[in-house]
Ligand binder design. Structure first.
Ligand code: M6R
Length: 608
């Protein structure tokens, strides 16, 4: 799970590569490197640590050349260090790689027995050796890469540069993302669009099993077996500015504040208030298909899993179809039973999560129809699905997902109303009521964001906590789980989310004076039961932070409370999530952690 970039053009490219890598740092940030060809030889600069360390190195020891490759790493094989940083070099060849070569042990053994000497612990170095050996047998760079790929099993997006071919880079992809960009007098390739947006908005997404030869005159795209591929470029709609921090201290804070806009964009053009209908053609589920659905299976990981959990509640409630939710990583490995009558919904911000993609493919293989709810245009999950509902949250840079989570909740609301209407489970008048409320949600989110200062004050009291519990019932249960994930992910405070009803079955034993318990108390049918949970916590001296619609309902019991506007109970998670995101942000910021790039994590998890 790393970021790669390649450039062939007329401009000195070392800085250009580093600038591109900066936009990919969310994919991994434990070491980085570049290799640049100056027409005679390849120069490599690599450094352990963040990209700024590589930047300092290149500033001290500049590299000349207009053809080069770069990499930002998230360690899989071998600890983060200079020796394991990419590019990896063998003889005349330098390689950057994102993914995992699964048969690396076997290949390394074979190459070692042939006298090849390894200088890193990585699986990637194998590729450099294979290509170098193939070129040694007289193959051209592209032929040598093609030849080497036949030996590899696993996931890769690679870019290869060779001393003997100063004007060419060869890139290839299987199960890891790669996008090409054709700019004026230059060709680029990268793991993700933000890395190339400064150069062009016209991009071509590579498919699995494709290889491209990049030269100044363009990109030649083929399958690995040598058939020519012609593909129209896609125009990217978001701007570079949308991917910048815009005055906020962290991307995460900016992205929290962007949520009302993200929801408006996700709903835009998809809601017809006059008829109580939404998203007709886009997802390819018209009335007959909706009526034929026997079951909905929602698959996702991490934060997207919490959005999928919310989707399950809403689909059962509004569309009256049985729905189940599963972690994609569990689904793919437990011989799941999927039937052709199942609608599978894969939820993913990046659209590249390896487990979600594999689970989707398994469901398709078993004959299910697959709908993807993804944020990244043209991503692997979007391409593999039968239909796509894009969340229009814009690029999310902070590793902790915020605006993409609430955009996923909005997408789930659209899907539930759509299927409910199409199956006749939801009357026109009820659908209208719900949709009218849904389009008012962004305003309510804006009001919730105004509680930022109040949440920051409360966060000072929680900054030294070692543990925290989050409780919610019904649609607030996934919000509780998400609140706990957010806090642990960026502040490293141990936190757990529970359904309120589960408290007495174990977690209550943890509650004492030192335990902050965040309780979600929106005005919905489970409010009374949640208030009983609050009583139980208080009776054990636990400290309660209540998220409420009505301040009166918690004043006597809670140490702290945050009031957010009331919306329809079905949509309360879109609003109640906001104070939890702000809480985790401020706790993490005061604890001095790296909010946007928390330790050990990466934004896009393209390894299983
Ligand atoms: O890109 P995806 O939505 O498929 O990613 C799934 C998880 O890796 C992701 O939500 C992760 O849990 C986030 N870091 C949470 O903030």
């Amino acid at each position: 799970m790393c970021g790669i970039i390649a450039y062939v053009g007329t401009r000195p490219c070392a800085q250009l590569l580093i600038d591109g890598l900066r936009k990919l740092e969310y994919r991994g940030y434990d070491s980085a490197g570049v290799a640049v060809h100056n027409g005679k030889e390849i120069t490599v600069r690599r450094a352990a640590g963040k990209l700024s360390t590589l930047q300092d190195l290149v500033d001290r020891e500049p590299v000349a050349g207009t053809v080069g490759i770069g990499h930002t790493r998230w360690a899989t094989h071998g600890p983060p260090s200079e020796r394991n940083a990419h590019p990896h070099v063998s003889g005349r060849v330098a390689v950057v790689h994102n993914g995992i070569i699964e048969n690396h042990v076997e290949l390394k053994h074979k190459l070692t027995s042939l006298g090849r000497v390894f200088t890193s612990d990585t699986d990637t170095e194998i590729v450099a050796h294979l290509v170098d050996m193939a070129m040694g047998r007289g193959l051209s760079l592209v032929e040598a890469v093609r030849d080497s790929l036949r030996e590899l099993r696993g996931a890769y997006a690679i870019a290869v540069l060779a001393k003997d071919d100063p004007t060419t880079i060869v890139v290839a992809k299987h199960a890891s993302p790669l996008v090409l960009a054709l700019a004026d007098g230059a060709v680029l390739a990268a793991s993700d669009v933000p890395a190339i947006l400064a150069h062009t908005r016209e991009v071509v997404f590579l498919e699995d099993g494709e290889i491209a030869t990049l030269t100044q005159s363009g990109a030649k795209l083929e399958t690995v077996s040598g058939e020519a591929v012609v593909r129209e470029p896609t125009t990217i709609r978001w701007s570079l500015v949308q991917a910048e921090r815009g005055g906020y201290k962290h991307f995460m804070l900016k992205e929290i504040h962007e949520q009302p806009r993200a929801i408006e964009d996700t709903l835009r053009g998809r809601v017809q208030l006059e008829t109580g209908s939404c998203i007709a053609d886009e997802i390819g589920i018209a009335e007959p298909e909706a009526r034929a659905i026997q079951r909905v299976v929602l698959l996702a990981c991490g934060t997207s899993f919490h959005a999928a959990m919310y989707g399950r509640y809403l689909i059962e409630q509004l569309a009256r179809v049985p729905a189940v939710v599963d972690l994609a990583s569990e689904f793919r490995y437990r011989e799941p039973v999927v039937a052709p009558g199942d609608l599978v919904i894969a939820v993913s911000q990046s659209g590249e999560t390896a487990d979600t993609l594999a689970a989707l493919k398994e469901a398709k293989r078993q004959g299910a129809r697959v709908l993807a709810v993804v944020n990244v245009q043209g991503s692997a999950i979007a391409r593999a699905a039968d239909g796509v509902l894009y969340t229009h949250a814009g690029p999310e840079i902070g590793v902790a997902s915020t605006k993409c989570f609430t955009a996923q909740l909005a997408a789930m609301a659209l899907v539930s109303v759509h299927i409910g209407r199409a199956r006749g489970a939801l009357s026109e008048s009820r659908a209208k009521e719900l949709l009218e409320e849904l389009v008012r949600v962004p305003e309510k989110m804006r009001a919730a964001l105004e509680q930022d200062a109040a949440v920051q004050l409360i966060s000072r009291e929680l900054v030294s906590a070692q543990n925290a519990l989050f409780l919610g019932r019904g649609v607030s249960c996934p919000v509780a789980l998400e609140g706990a994930l957010k806090l642990k992910e960026i502040s490293y405070v141990h936190a757990e989310g529970y359904a309120g009803g589960e408290m007495k079955h174990g977690p209550l034993a943890l509650v004492d004076r030192s335990m902050p318990v965040v309780c979600l108390l929106p005005d919905d049918p489970s409010l009374e039961k949640m208030l009983s949970n609050v009583q139980e916590v208080r009776a054990r001296d636990g400290r309660v932070l209540a998220i409420v619609n009505d301040p009166a309902c918690a004043t006597a019991l809670a140490q702290w409370s945050i009031t957010v506007p009331k919306t329809a109970p079905e949509f309360s998670p879109l609003v109640t999530t906001i104070p939890l995101q702000l809480l985790s942000y401020h706790v993490a910021d005061q604890r001095g952690t790296d909010v946007d790039q928390p330790r050990n994590l990466a934004k896009t998890v393209t390894v299983e």
